[in-house]
Design a protein around this ligand. Structure first.
Ligand SMILES: C[S@@+](CC[C@H](N)C(=O)[O-])C[C@H]1O[C@@H](n2cnc3c(N)ncnc32)[C@H](O)[C@@H]1O
Length: 272
């Protein structure tokens, strides 16, 4: 589903790093959890805390965690009412906003396809998530990534998948500079990894994968290199060093993107 650079597929380079056995037993924090495509694949941590700034997304995730098989159906008329007044019924509004929304994107228009039943596909994913042991164990919070700070968070493994810089605008403008400053601070007492297409010069790429990206509005597909970054101050940390070496064997950085030139040609899209 539905974020530019979303993690439903093509995320093995990230999982390889986060599930490296050197990080076993750490507490795991994911401050931009989205649809939990990364969380559901994480293993062997002592605790799991996830959060997101989108209040209706958190309503949806808490509902999925608590109950299976109870998925409201929303028609187009109700969709419009809930979009105008989400507070009238936050749970139904959350289903309207994501499950019944075009491309699974936040209130992006009522889903409408005669060929595919997208709401049912999404509900099947919710059921898989409900049955996922790590998701069941997770503490789910609502809030900006800044709810974690150097006073309340120490010794954790933190994975960030923020809105990509200069790509898609989320509900609120995302201040990337402020975010990277927060990562610098959090890296003093935690191990912090970030997925992005680019990073400031004091960050090091430790794993990279070419990913197909669908830009729905332009009906186009292209390939981009998505990287996992760590702050340079952590580069000599023994666990990070091991994870870097392991990652380099499978997902080395500084690849070239030969296939992207093909995908950008006007008459072709890349098939996986
Ligand atoms: C790229 S998506 C994450 C996708 C996720 N990894 C997945 O597997 O579905 C980015 C997420 O960041 C959230 N977000 C945007 N600004 C935020 C902020 N300031 N603090 C926390 N979350 C934020 C969005 O609501 C969105 O869910």
């Amino acid at each position: 589903m539905a974020y530019l650079g979303g993690k439903a597929t093509g995320s093995n380079h990230i999982i390889k790093i986060l599930n490296n056995k050197v990080f076993d037993g750490m507490s795991y924090i994911e401050p931009f959890c989205g649809y939990c495509h990364i969380l559901r694949r994480i293993k062997n941590k002592s605790s799991y805390t996830i959060s997101d700034s989108n209040d209706l997304l958190i309503v949806l995730l808490k509902h999925i965690q608590a109950s299976s098989n109870e998925h409201p159906s929303i028609d187009e008329e109700e969709y419009k009412k809930l979009r105008a007044n989400p507070k009238s019924d936050p749970l139904r509004a959350a289903y309207a906003a994501f499950t019944y929304s075009y491309n699974g994107k936040f209130f992006a228009g009522y889903v409408g396809s005669k060929e595919r039943d997208y709401p049912s596909e999404r509900k099947r994913y919710y059921e898989r998530l409900h049955n996922n042991e790590v998701f069941q164990e997770a503490t789910i919070k609502h809030g900006s990534y800044t709810i974690y700070n150097s006073q309340n968070t120490e010794g954790a493994l933190i994975y960030c998948d923020p809105p990509y810089e200069a790509t898609e605008s989320y509900r609120n403008e995302f201040d990337s500079e402020e975010f990277w400053n927060w990562v610098r601070k959090m890296s003093k007492k935690n191990i912090v990894f970030v997925s992005e297409y680019k990073a400031p010069v004091d960050f090091i790429c430790i794993g990279q994968q070419s990913k197909r990206q669908t830009v729905a509005a332009k009906a186009k597909t292209r390939r981009r290199l998505e990287s996992v970054y760590v702050h340079e101050s952590l580069a000599l940390h023994p666990s990070v060093l091991t994870a870097m070496e392991d990652s380099a064997k499978h997902y080395p950085c500084n690849r070239t993107l030969k296939r992207s030139r093909i995908s950008l040609s006007p008459n072709r899209t890349v098939k996986n």
